[in-house]
Every structure is written in C-alpha cells, then in structure tokens.
Design a protein around this ligand. Structure first.
Ligand code: F0G
Length: 403
C-alpha cells in the first residue's frame, strides 16, 4: 500500500480504509503517504491538465473517481491589492471556481469515491453550508443517499438551495454547527451513516491538492506565506500536509509559513496560538457574519495548531466589519467575488502585515474558499439598487454624464 492511516493522537498505524477514527484511542486519523513507494517527479504532474486527479498517485483511492473536474482553480495575481495591503506579491487561490463553488469539492471527490468503494448506503455531514452543498452534489452523482444536518437559520441561502436541490435530506438542527457535528459523529460511530465531515481522512487528502496546485502553478516555487480562513480547521491542516508531501517527495525545496484567520466571534484557534496552549478552549456561542466559519469547537484544532506552529506562522481574528470591507475590496479592485468567510483571509493578511508578521517584501498566497454567490443576501444588505428609469437614451445619457 502506498498509504496508511495514522492516528494523530496515539501514532498507531492502520491499513483499513473503513476506519474514520482510531479504533484504539478514538483519535483523528490522517492519511500518511509512503513516499518510498510513490514514483513521481515534477514532470509527472506537469504533463497533465490541472485538477485534483492530476495528483492521483498522491490520493488514497484506486477506484474510478466520482468527479466533476474539481480543482484546477485560478491562482490570480492581485497587484493592486498587494500594493494597497503592502506586500510585494499577492496571489489569490480562488476556490470558489470549483463545481459547487467551494474548496469542499476537492475533498468530496475523494471522500465520496471512498464511500462508494466501501459500499456506504448513507453518507452524512453536519455543515455550515458548503460541505452540505458539495456532499449533496457528489452523493447525487454517485447515487448514494445523503443526509445533512444544518444549524437552523444560520446557513447562507445559496448553500441551502444547493443541498435541497441536489436531493439531500436536509435536517435543520436547533443548535450550532458544533452541536450538529457531535450528533453526526455519534451516528457514524453507531454505523448508521458514513461521515464526510473533515474528521474523514480521505476527504482531507483531497484538500491537500490546494497546496499541490499552488506549487505546480508557480513552477514549484513556494510562497513565503499562505493565508487561510479557519473554521473546523481541516483545510489549513490539509494544505500544510500537502506542502509537506511535496517536500518529502523532493518536488519542492522550501515550506511556506501557514497563517490562520478566524472571526472575532469564533476564534478558539487564535486564542490558543496567542496563549501557547496545547489545545483550544471551545467557545459555546460562536457568532459571526461569516456563517461558514461560525464554529466554536473545531475538531481539527490540534492539527491546525501544529501546522501554524511548525511552519512558523501565526493566527489572528478579524471583525465582521473588516471581513465585509475586505470582501468588497477584493470584488471592486480585483474582480474576485468571494463569500465573507473567504474574505477573512484578505482581512487577516492586512493584520499580519500591520503586525510585522508578514514582511512587505514577501510573496503571499491567500486562499479564498467559497464563491460570493453563495450568500447574496449579505451583499445586498450593503448595496443600494437604484430606482428604475424609462428606456430613454437621453435620460440615461444624462445619468451617465452626470456621474
Ligand atoms: N471557508 C468556507 C467558505 C467554508 O465553508 C469553511 C468551512 C471554511 C472556510 C473553513 O474551513 O472548516 O476546514 O477550517 N465550512 C464547513 C462547512 C464547516 O460545513 O461547510 P475549515
């Protein structure tokens, strides 16, 4: 086998793909690649079109994938914003360009392929929205029954529409994401459902391709810093592991520093980084306009703390006002429309630069995780729709000249 599952807590190693948590200590499992058994070089990947399955030798499945051409997202130079923020180079890895509009598709193509391989009858997740939208779509494509638990009244409209329309059984829960996730974990332990939250190691393997793609798109030149919004803390951990994989395989010569950004109202990872604690103190009442990262008890926190610390990075919290201002700035100066949680990475970058954590001469990649159309209601609250006018060229010409 070119991979195994390793427990993040007790270090035991397993070769049993049906596991989603350590059978010995209950800890999180991570896919570890056996680098000696993987025969790839830079040209293996350079000769293929860009996407998740470009990196199939590094993914823990051998079956035909359940796929919709996920990944292959743009890495957009943002020169005007770089100047504005005060760094020498800024690129935005825009994950909103995935099939269902978020980075979750990278994980689901791998995770749902594994679910089908294992013969799962029901796949399930708790979600702040994007995970459910993605799982609903991939489960539909695979022909597997899908159940999603959502915090009632706290999921952005576009995401809810996706989950419903792809035919998932949507169960709104009177509680927050953390409450919903603990229920799904319990049902998974009882064998009722196959869980596709970011406790699933196969899903997170797919998300490592964000790092693989960044390196490939930059001709294997590694950025100084990578800035990522943090909710349940799976993505920042997966991206860091992706860089480590390429480093261990000898495909890159450096590693970036990893920077996490949370919202002021939901910042347990930031608190732990600041205090030097080994684990987070859960926040029982997370609240933020960026509903995607409205999470008080991130399950992957320990891995995220490790990624940030081992890489020499840091974490900050940003206010809702800073998030919405960054969202607008990215849209108006660079043409990139992202949802509020994604804009946290841009708002966070500003803070890291102000703090001197990221230097003015550095080369930065911000990961924007979801499309702006996911949450149209939030942007319409700050946009004014002008009064209609008659379709009269003179009236409209006057309007344009007057502007
Ligand atoms: N950005 C967006 C747009 C997200 O949807 C999420 C997580 C994150 C960032 C944070 O990523 O959890 O790996 O740290 N959304 C999950 C969901 C929780 O249910 O859709 P993370």
């Amino acid at each position: 086998m070119r991979y195994a599952l390793e427990c993040v807590h007790c270090g035991r190693v397993f070769e049993d793909d049906s596991l989603v948590r350590c059978p010995e200590c209950g800890g999180l499992l991570e896919v570890t690649l056996r680098y000696d058994e993987i025969d790839v070089d830079r040209s293996t990947f350079e000769s293929r079109g860009l996407g998740v399955w470009t990196f199939r030798e590094l993914l823990p499945v051998d079956e035909e994938p359940v796929t919709m051409s996920e990944g292959g997202t743009g890495l957009h130079p943002c020169d005007r914003l770089a100047e504005e923020v005060g760094v020498s180079s800024l690129q935005v890895k825009n994950e909103g360009e995935n099939p269902t509009g978020s980075f979750k598709d990278r994980g689901m193509t791998v995770g749902v392929t594994k679910a089908r391989e294992l013969g799962a009858e029901v796949v399930a997740c708790a979600s702040t929205g994007n995970t459910s939208a993605s799982l609903a779509a991939y489960a539909a494509r695979a022909g597997i029954r899908c159940v999603v638990l959502l915090p009632a009244g706290k999921v952005a409209l576009g995401k809810l529409a996706q989950a419903l329309f792809h035919g998932a059984e949507v169960i709104p829960v009177d509680g927050n994401f953390d409450d919903a996730l603990s229920v799904v974990k319990r049902l998974a332990d009882e064998g009722l459902v196959y869980i596709l939250n970011s406790v699933n190691p196969f899903r997170l393997s797919g998300q490592r391709t964000i790092a693989y793609e960044i390196c490939l798109q930059r001709g294997w030149d590694v950025p100084d810093a990578v800035v990522v919004p943090v909710g349940n803390a799976g993505n920042i951990s997966a991206i860091w592991q992706g860089f480590l994989d390429l480093y261990e395989l000898g495909l890159i010569e450096d590693l970036p520093r990893m920077y996490g950004v949370q919202a002021e109202g939901a910042k347990p990872v930031v608190e732990a980084i600041r205090s030097g604690a080994e684990d987070i103190e859960p926040d029982p009442e997370p609240e933020t306009v960026a509903t995607a990262i409205r999470i008080g008890d991130p399950v992957n926190a320990v891995k995220a703390l490790r990624a940030i610390r081992c890489s020499g990075g840091w974490a900050v919290a940003v206010s809702d006002e800073e998030i919405l201002a960054a969202q607008r700035e990215l849209a108006t100066t660079e043409g990139i429309f992202v949802e509020p949680a994604s804009a946290a990475s841009i708002a966070g970058l500003r803070k890291f630069v102000d703090m001197g954590e990221i230097g003015g001469d550095e080369d930065v990649v911000c990961v924007t995780t979801g499309h702006g159309l996911k949450d149209p209601e939030i942007v319409m609250k700050t946009c004014e729709l002008p009064e209609p006018v008659p379709p009269d060229p003179e009236v409209i010409a006057e309007r344009i000249k007057g502007a």
